[in-house]
Design a protein around this ligand. Structure first.
Ligand SMILES: Cc1ncc(COP(=O)(O)O)c(C=O)c1O
Length: 397
């Protein structure tokens, strides 16, 4: 018997689950498997559930503020998991999550109309924040060859120079491709940003879900960029607590930290959610939660390998590459001849699968879909079987 059970399905229907209860996406079809929103279909680590239960039994859920203990726990976590030594003065938080922190930082660091550079494709809410804030999105498309996605450093430098970029929004590990940027790629990125005076806001929510031998390096660990970077992390993806609305914000520059804290106050965001605070302290401190994490990463790695192998050997119309981290699989349907909304509808009606459309990650994309692999293996097998039957029946015609 395995110590942690990720195989037994948990019925999430009717729990106000964004992923499972958004029926409108299913175009009237029933029995659709949702594999879109990036959360996991697994129960959270038991010590965290116990800590929340204890608070419920205590019965008082008044205003909450994290104290010194949290800062020490976070400092130890960063040192243990990423070999990153941070001062507790660099640590802050953002109660609703990573994206509101990005919005606040864009507001502090740029003015309406200012250019903000991002590699594309990218997570929709990230480039969405640039647009929502009325900033100008400067797209730096990633290069793709048989080895996967790479940063186009020549174009990157050209754009930094041409648009006098002062802020870049970075996604590391990368959603949707699952790339885990190497130390060299990060150093090269840091060197360019340091040369052109660019501040990097690095969204690292997927940082704990990385498959060996790949290693995640926090952007703030790049020495040349320490004072010119903000690193955003969170237990949301790591431990599947997206509904607890919490995020960690790491700002080594004291002046920027002071401005960030001031805005948190202005927006009355300087208190914490009770459950989020209890969860984050338990998750980053309890050895059994860390053991759960190591086990879930291993389970996800096997899911990723299983799905990649299945798709590349049994579904000729679809191509994919095994992610280096994240539980997301980026699928290319170009060879099926299906595109855009027609492709989405085909997958709902014929495969009964709800995947995320490529256009969410790059408005110009027509042929990709993103599949969330964070489910029991039996569910994944069912999904792959549906995909195979639907796509192969079409390409066989
Ligand atoms: C790259 C990335 N950043 C941020 C988020 C959302 O983070 P939060 O829930 O903390 O706002 C996601 C969720 O899918 C994500 O993939």
């Amino acid at each position: 018997m395995e110590r942690f059970d990720f195989d037994t399905p948990v019925n999430r229907k009717g729990t106000l689950s964004y992923k499972w209860d958004s029926q409108a996406r299913n175009l009237g079809e029933s029995d659709v498997l949702p594999m879109w929103v990036a959360d996991m279909d697994f129960r959270c680590p038991q010590p965290m559930l116990d800590a929340l239960q204890e608070r419920i039994e205590h019965g008082v859920l008044g205003y909450t503020k994290r104290g010194d203990r949290y800062y020490e726990i976070m400092q130890n976590w960063l040192s243990r998991r990423f070999d990153w030594t941070v001062d507790t003065q660099w640590l802050c938080y953002c109660p609703p999550g990573v994206i509101p922190a990005v919005t606040i930082l864009l507001d502090i660091l740029t003015k309406p109309g200012d250019p903000v550079l991002m590699h594309m494709p990218n997570y929709d809410a990230l480039y969405g924040a640039v647009k929502e804030m009325g900033r100008s999105l400067i797209r730096c498309p990633l290069l793709e060859d048989e080895d996967g996605f790479r940063i186009d450093f020549d174009l990157f430098e050209k754009l930094l120079r041409e648009y006098k970029i002062k802020v870049m929004l970075f996604c590391s590990p990368h959603n949707p491709s699952g790339r885990v940027w190497t130390g060299e790629e990060l150093e090269q990125t840091g060197a360019l940003c340091a040369r052109y005076g660019v501040t990097v806001i690095s969204d690292e929510v997927h940082c704990d879900l990385v498959y060996k031998p790949h290693i995640h390096t926090p952007f703030g660990k790049i020495k040349s960029m320490e004072q010119n970077s903000v690193t955003l992390m969170s237990p949301n993806k790591t431990f599947n607590v997206g509904g607890l609305m919490t995020a960690s914000v790491i700002i080594p520059d004291p002046a920027l930290m002071a401005r960030y804290r001031k805005v948190l106050g202005t927006w009355a965001m300087n208190l914490d959610t009770t459950f989020g605070t209890i969860a984050v302290e338990t998750l980053y401190r309890d050895p059994d939660c860390e053991a759960w994490l190591d086990a879930v990463v291993e389970y996800l790695r096997k899911n990723a390998e299983y799905a990649t192998e299945w798709i590349n050997t049994r579904i000729p119309g679809v191509r994919t590459r095994c992610p280096e981290g994240t539980y997301l699989l980026w699928l290319d349907f170009a060879d099926t001849g299906l595109q855009g909304p027609e492709l989405y509808e085909f997958l709902i009606r014929k495969a009964h699968l709800d995947l995320s459309e490529g256009s969410e990650f790059d408005p110009e994309d027509r042929t990709h879909m993103r599949m969330n692999l964070a489910c029991p293996r039996a569910t994944l097998r069912e999904a792959l079987g549906r995909l195979e039957a639907a796509v192969n029946s079409r390409t066989a015609k």
